[in-house]
Design a protein around this ligand. Structure first.
Ligand code: F6R
Length: 608
């Protein structure tokens, strides 16, 4: 939620570097964006923008701020190349204050020599703002963020920049990550109690960003800033404890992603690329995760009470997990939407195990209940896609998903990767490691088949039929109930068509009242114990005028459209979701929407 990118160092192309970095982070927020640059001299302003030049010509040592509403993809800086030395930038997902230029970050203090970008919510900003206004500070936005540069300025009247940032940050309530730049001292200081910040360590240069994707082009040496830490980036890097200001030692880590993993390559959108990367992810996890699975199985077997938690798509994977653990391993695990687990955790104790599923490893709705579980002494397993993420770090046992970076807001390959892990765990618990390997090989092949041209053409036709729908329903039973929920989420979030997922048996308890002539309904009908009942449900819908899109291993006379997904036993839960992902993608394209950046959404949800 909100993307941050900053640069300080030897390269005079700082503004260009930050803009490029911000573009890689746009999935985190795309309401508006901005950069604050310290420039070498006023000639650095490009002739392209005389207005900007006039406005800024008297500003020795002051930040030049450029802000825009909308997406950053074609954004350019008005600064001449080779003119900026220290730049911080931000792409916004609005919380406090509407989407306006004034509310876009960076925000400045009264002297315009301190610039701040921020991720999180300053819960006590009203009280701080009032205090600062009384002291004569001038505010120009409605944001909570703007109190931060003014607070730093206020503390700076009596002490240096680093102590001022520390004192200011320690006054903020809530979970926050800030990056403050000082044009006079030519330093960037970052501090956090929530939201990710990663420092890239180059030669005489430093980068700071909300994730590593924009950094790896410049350096692979990174430091994950932990909560309650503060970093000073200038001529050198210093790490300090936020509570007491003491110096901390650090050991950089090396990021191994390839640059092509974080670019769209030949694909029009990241969402499509990521759907196509699923066979590779399935094969990678099956081949390389055996030892980690064995270890996690021992922990699950030792626990007294296991809970799977996640948000959105990750929750759907958790729900699938409860069915798979029950059916394959005959063990009971509970599941809860992570944001609700806060209110269900009274029964946690030292023997409990909480398994958190999260692509980003940063979702606040997952982080919060995990903190409470930890306080109660419960053990935590994190299954996440991002090395060094908050959830990864706070867990007692961790496993990386191995799906590779996921950039599209709508999660696809990370969902499939979670299902692979859950299936491997369930099979391993009953000693069926060989069977799962064989099943996963078939799953990868089947997903590949579903991505072939012939099937894509069929999906496009169905998407074209669905594009005029106002409501779509999606139903399944057993583990396919989770598939039905996930299919509905995928379709609604990128196509904006109201899509409701529900258990097949629930339809007749109310929602069937909404079925009328032409209402499309996606029916998951795998070759398992749910098959007959699902065909009956489809028949009930069809006799009320509904149009049935059957996702099944065998055709049926009740289907108006049939998408074949071959039977691979319990592992069919993986290929079954692929047609729905593709339908969602092609629906968005058909309707002219950007599937990578659906409105109002952000990839990593770090605010409540
Ligand atoms: C939907 C989607 C979201 C995420 C949810 C949790 O396509 O991507 O529902 O699944 O925000 O995110 P993570 O997995 O990062 O915790």
């Amino acid at each position: 939620m909100c993307g941050i990118f900053g640069y300080v160092g030897k390269d005079n192309r700082a503004a260009q570097i930050v803009l490029e970095g911000l573009k890689t982070l746009e999935y985190r927020g795309y309401d508006s964006w901005g950069i604050a640059s310290k420039i070498k001299n006023k000639q650095s302003l490009s002739l392209r923008d005389e207005k900007l030049k006039m406005k800024n010509s008297d500003k020795k040592n002051k930040f030049i701020v450029e802000k825009y509403i909308g997406k950053i993809e074609n954004g350019i800086s008005q600064l001449s190349p080779f003119s900026s030395q220290l730049v911080i930038g931000h792409t916004r997902w609005a919380t406090h204050g509407g989407v306006t230029i004034a509310n876009a970050h960076p925000h400045l203090d009264c002297t315009q020599k301190i610039a701040v970008v921020h991720n999180g919510i300053v819960e006590n900003f009203e009280e701080l703002r009032e205090e600062l206004i009384k002291k004569g500070h001038l505010f120009i936005s409605e944001t909570d963020t703007e109190v931060i540069p003014h607070l730093i300025e206020e503390y700076g009247k009596k002490q240096g920049f680093a102590s001022s940032v520390r004192d200011a940050f320690n006054r903020l309530d809530g979970l926050n990550a800030i990056v403050a730049a000082n044009s006079k001292s030519c330093e960037i200081i970052a501090a956090k109690t929530g939201s990710p910040l990663i420092i890239g360590i180059g030669e005489n240069e430093f980068f700071i960003a909300s994730d590593a994707t924009g950094i790896i082009k410049h350096t692979r040496q990174v430091l994950f800033l932990k909560d309650l830490e503060m970093v000073i980036l200038g001529k050198k890097l210093q790490l300090l404890s936020l509570p007491n200001g003491k110096k901390l030692t650090f050991k950089p880590e090396i990021i191994k992603w390839k640059t092509q993993d974080v670019s769209r390559g030949m694909y029009r959108h990241f969402m499509l690329k990521e759907i196509y990367e699923q066979p590779k992810a399935i094969r990678n996890i099956t081949k390389n995760y055996g030892d980690q699975i064995n270890h996690l199985v021992q922990i699950i077997e030792a626990a007294k009470g296991t809970f799977l938690i996640g948000a959105g798509t990750a929750f759907h994977a958790c729900l699938a997990g409860t069915y798979l653990f029950s059916k394959i391993a005959h063990i009971h695990v509970n599941t809860a939407v992570a944001s609700e687990f806060n209110y269900l955790e009274d029964f946690l104790n030292k023997k409990s195990l909480v398994i958190a599923l999260s692509q980003s490893g940063e979702t606040i709705d997952v982080v919060e209940p995990l903190k409470r579980a930890k306080e109660k002494g419960s053990k935590i397993i994190a299954i996440t896609n991002v090395l060094g993420s908050t959830i990864y770090r706070m867990a007692d046992y961790k496993m990386l998903l191995g799906a590779g970076p996921e950039k599209a807001v709508a999660s696809t390959k990370a969902y499939v990767a979670k299902l692979v892990v859950l299936l491997m765990l369930s099979f391993k618990m009953v000693g069926k490691s060989k069977e799962i390997k064989a099943a996963m090989a078939k799953v990868a092949d089947e997903v590949e088949r579903l991505l072939e041209k012939e099937n894509i053409e069929k999906i496009k036709k169905i998407a074209s039929f669905l594009s005029s729908a106002v409501h779509i329903y999606s139903i399944g039973r057993g583990v396919s109930y989770s598939t039905a929920l996930e299919a509905a989420l995928k379709i609604k979030e990128v196509s904006y068509i109201h899509t409701e997922g529900l258990a097949g048996g629930e339809l007749k308890h109310g929602t069937i009242a909404l079925i009328s002539k032409g209402t499309p309904c996606i029916v998951f009908t795998p070759n398992d114990q749910t098959h007959e009942a699902m065909i009956s449900n489809a028949t009930e819908i069809r006799s009320r005028g509904g149009v049935i899109i059957g996702i099944s291993s065998k055709n049926s006379s009740v289907f108006d459209y049939w998408i074949e997904v071959r039977d691979i036993g319990e592992a069919s839960v993986i290929p079954q979701i692929v047609p729905a992902q593709l339908l969602a993608y092609y629906l968005a394209v058909e309707k002219g929407y950007d599937p990578d950046k659906p409105r109002n959404l952000a990839k990593s949800v770090t605010v409540k």
